[in-house]
Design a binder for this molecule. Structure first.
Ligand code: CAA
Length: 440
């Protein structure tokens, strides 16, 4: 079987930063620890006045192509995943290809372009499409550019305002990849849900509390479905488990659900039984409510065990470091979780080659997908090329009134002219509407 997966990855954050504890919490009258401890978020990224989903995506893709020495002829497909699109007809990939054509001699006329939509999971769906295209033998030796790019904005004074963010992830998908190989088995949990919607509107209508429950329900289904395809999972099977991360606190809830599912009937459950008993079984209870209460008590105890804490510290916590600084990037979110984890392994000097990741993607509306990836030898060389720390560090730190201005600037309904807070380097910038004009 041909080995197909992610050969290279690039990350591009919006150039502005909102400090949630120092700047946002006091204005909301909130305890800063609601953000730093409860949600697990320290700051969020925002696009400057000259940035949007096209420029962030094009800048990520350009940096990737430059350092991999790629030319347009090496790219047979450009897929963009976004839930912040501004065009109901033309895919954002055509705008991004237009930007890239300004800096390369060749063009992308030969490349198939599209735009995927299924909330945040569209980034992983585009990745799957690219892998399938190569496995089907339709790529003629070329790779696919997959770009997940979003500006996650919520209405002012809504509860979602705490979990905003903006950035893009570009990935190059090839045979014999340098970073991770994707498994062919996938598990899905999918249902028609209405907890998070944007029907012809920019800001989501979101039932935040319910959205958390829907995420967990679909993730459990996806894990069960993955096990039907690939066999039982065990926590020790995976070096890291990158989850879709709207905010790290969400992943804390998903991780314990995944762990309890994976240890059921294993040596780990046996070892913990003396201290916290065994997991309740539905058949032992007369009502669903009684079962759920017993399970909730079990999970509370499980979270306090050394076994769980150690596993969480190794397999989950390292996936959250970038997200805790940049917020929710919707389609890019699970992909920065993977980058965080691999970066952490490199910093610790761990050789992960041959080890597995369990990647848990999610999109509202709602669908979860679980698949495995195998880390490739030399992955650390690819990670060494990333400059994500510098990008995060050099963001302009907004005051609250500047944040209000930039939120208005990116609000399609009342978009205002605004002087940028940072100066662009040699990068793609948004230079105004009508006709849309992206320039270098
Ligand atoms: N110290 C420590 N912790 C504190 C605290 C304090 N002073 N104050 C509050 N907290 C804790 C709370 O206990 C809570 O933790 P638990 O959930 O573990 O109990 C956490 O901080 C958040 O506090 P609230 O629940 O009171 O926060 P909220 O109601 O204002 O909003 C939210 C939280 C519902 C997630 C909201 O931010 C939201 O609607 N976000 C957008 C929707 C979203 O991201 N949903 C996630 C699932 S859907 C998805 O994943 C798709 C996607 O990308 C959008």
């Amino acid at each position: 079987m041909t080995s197909v997966g992610i050969d290279a990855i690039e990350v591009r954050t919006g150039r502005l930063k909102l400090d949630l504890a120092e700047t946002f919490a006091p204005e909301q009258g909130d305890d800063p620890e609601k953000y730093t401890k409860g949600l697990g978020l320290f700051s969020s990224s925002f696009p400057d006045a000259y940035e949007d989903i096209v420029t962030m995506g094009a800048n990520a893709a350009h940096r990737l192509m430059e350092r991999k020495g790629l030319e347009p002829e090496d790219v047979g497909r450009i897929d963009v995943a976004t839930e912040s699109s501004f065009d109901n007809s033309k895919p954002v990939s055509t705008y991004i290809a237009g930007c890239l054509e300004q800096v390369y001699d060749g063009d992308f006329h030969h490349a198939n372009k599209g735009e995927r939509k299924f909330a945040c999971i569209a980034g992983t769906q585009s990745l799957d499409d690219a892998v399938n295209w190569i496995l089907a033998g339709r790529n003629r030796g070329r790779g696919a550019l997959v770009i997940a790019t979003d500006t996650a904005l919520y209405a002012r004074d809504s509860s979602g305002e705490a979990t905003q963010g903006a950035g893009a992830v570009a990935m190059y998908i090839t045979e014999d990849p340098d970073l991770v190989e994707l498994s062919t088995e996938q598990g899905y949990g999918s249902a028609d849900e209405t907890d998070f919607l944007k029907p012809n509107q920019q800001f989501p209508s979101v039932d935040g509390k319910r959205s958390v429950q829907v995420y967990l329900a679909r993730m459990r289904e996806a894990l069960e479905d993955f096990e039907r395809a690939a066999g039982d999972t065990h926590p020790d099977d995976y070096a890291f488990i990158p989850f879709h991360t709207p905010f790290p606190g969400m992943v804390r809830k998903a991780a314990v659900l995944g762990y309890r599912h994976m240890i059921r009937g294993t040596d780990v459950e046996d070892e913990l039984a003396d201290d916290i008993g065994r997991q309740p079984r539905r058949d032992d209870f007369d009502s669903r409510e009684a079962f759920e209460e017993a399970m909730s008590d079990y999970v509370d105890d499980l979270k306090e065990t050394d076994a769980y804490r150690e596993w969480y510290g190794e397999a989950i916590d390292p996936t959250l470091s970038i997200s805790s600084q940049v917020g929710n990037w919707y389609t890019g979110s699970v992909h920065i979780a993977r980058v965080s984890a691999l970066k952490h392994a490199v910093e610790e000097g761990r050789d992960l080659a041959g080890q597995k990741l369990l990647v848990a993607s999610y999109g509202s509306g709602a669908q979860a997908e679980i698949h495995e990836e195998t880390v490739q030898p030399g992955f650390e060389d690819e990670l060494a090329e990333l400059n994500v720390d510098e990008q995060v560090e050099r963001r302009y730190d907004l005051s609250f009134s500047e944040y209000e201005q930039i939120h208005d600037r990116h609000n399609h309904e009342k978009s205002v002219e605004l002087e940028p807070f940072t100066q662009p380097d040699s990068e793609f910038v948004f230079d105004g509407w009508g006709p849309m004009n992206e320039r270098q």
